[in-house]
Every structure is written in structure tokens, then in C-alpha cells.
Design a protein around this ligand. Sequence first.
Ligand SMILES: Cc1ncc(COP(=O)(O)O)c(C=O)c1O
Length: 321
Amino acid sequence: MYSKRLKAIGGYFDLQLPSLEEFYPSLIKLNTGRNALEYILKVNGYTCIYIPYFTCEVLLEPIKKLGIEYYFYTLDKNLDPIIDFKIESKECLLYTNYFGIKQATINKLTDLDFNLIVDNSQAFFSSPLPGIDTFYSCRKFFGLPDGAYLQSKLKSSAKFERDVSFDRMSHLLISIDQTIEKGYESFKINNEVLSNNPIRRMSLLTERLLKSIDYEECRVIRNRNFRILHEELSEKNQLSIDTSGINGPLCYPFLAVKENIKRKLISKRVFVPVFWPNVFNWTTSKMFENYLAQNLVPLPIDHRYDEEDMERMINYLKQMI
Ligand SMILES: Cc1ncc(COP(=O)(O)O)c(C=O)c1O
């Protein structure tokens, strides 16, 4: 047998990608955000977690797997947590950096005396605060099959296998070769197979892809696009947004009650997700989180779009609101 460490010379070419720097080279690299949460819960031996009603249901995967007690908490109209309960020493509270625009809230939460977990899945560019357990889900920001970064105070001594992700790449390839619509079925399947996996180390492919990204360019474009939308839409936006700390956010969160905004946008090939369908099952129709899930329009602002694309969305929305 040959040694894997002996560099191969010759043979066919692989995919040629730029060799740049990762954004978080010193964080722990895992397969998914939910498994990063599992790591934190396990290594701290938490017995109970408080999570927001307004989040993605896949976070329940590690909680249920470990048999940890969980309770939901509510948000105020600024998306800040309403903490009217006591968090004991073996308990923790998870807060999501919503749309990447809630860093100021996280800064305040770190001054309080309880175990905080920061979910930065929607805030790739928000660096972790010293000593605060924080995780990221890389595919929410870039064309990747999976991948998570984790900052954890405590380190696990477990030896995790490395993930392999080449067979979850089809949607990324189809959307280049054909259209984003043609790749959508594959996207859903590749998303599904991320469920119920053990904690694994990030795949070599995902790591390689993360080294091919110009992060500064992506961050600058997101900031510019966010500001363009905010300038034109903030008056109609029911969410009040402090733009002073904007740092490569996920999307522009536009909250307005108008029938069928999303359906009309989709008919113009503007695709906006629902954050999050599970919230309808977890809440009653009178709750703010239910209203958010129903009416929030997360407008895309990422590196794929220029000023003209922003103007196109603004024009559509101005005709609707
Ligand atoms: C807010 C939030 N946190 C965490 C996750 C989990 O990330 P991953 O899919 O990498 O496990 C998701 C979605 O999947 C999410 O929307």
C-alpha cells in the first residue's frame, strides 16, 4: 500500500480552486451547525437549554439525541430575548444572531451571569467573543455542501471521523450548469441527508472550498447591498434596524404585512425563504414569532448581486407595498 501522505504526482486534474485563507482558521471545524451545538452541549454536560421559538427545528436534533430538557423563550419586537426565568449553573441559553444584525444584543448578553451559546449561523462575519461558545453554519453564506466552525471553551477528547461531502454537491453544480430552479430538488435532498449524522470533522472538500473564497469581497458586497435596500425600504419596514454595526449580514430582513409578497417575488425569480416553517407548529397565531414567520421577507443581498439587482427588488416591492 502507498502512504496517503506521499503526494501524488501526475494523473488527471482536480477542480482548480484559488488557494486563499480561511476566515476562521483557528476555530474547530465540524460537519454541521447542529453538530457543533451537540459538541457544546456534551462537553459542558448541560442538563437543560432555553432556545428561541424563532429558530430552525434542526437545533432540536442534538437536544433530543442527548435527552436534554428544553424550553422555548420569546423575543421582543427588536428580536431581543425576554429572559424572565432563572438559568441554573448546568443550564444554558441559546441566542441566534438574527440575520447577522444582532451583535449589540450578544455583547449585552455576555455581561449577564449565565451560560450563553451564540448561534452565528446567520452571522458568518461576526467574530466569536472571547470565552463565549459560538458556532457557524458555512453553507448559509457560501456555495458549500455543509461545514461548521465552532469556538468552544472546553475541548472534547473524542476522536471524530472526517466527513466526506462530494456526493452532496449536485445542487451547487446543477445551478452553474443549468439553472437555480433545476438544482432545487437536489438542494432539498442534499439538505435532508444532513439530518441525524454524528459529529464529524469538516470534509477536506468543504475545507478546500472555504479556502477558495474572497471573504473581504463578499463582506463588502453584502454591506453595500444591505445599505441600498435599507435606504429605500426602511420607512416601510416594521423591524427597526441599527445599521451602525453592519458586518456582512445574511439578508435584508423586511417585515411588512401584505398578502402574497413572497409569491409575487418568486414569480419574478426572486427567491426568499421562510424563517422558519416549524415556527408555525411551535407557536399560536397570536405570538410575535408566528407573525414573524408569516410576514418576514428575507431579501437576498449576497456576493452574487450588484446595485442593479437591488434596484430590481426595490422596484418590485414598491409596487406591492
Ligand atoms: C439559525 C440556524 N441555526 C442553526 C442551523 C443548523 O445549521 P446546519 O444545517 O449546518 O446544521 C440552521 C439551519 O440549518 C439555522 O437556520
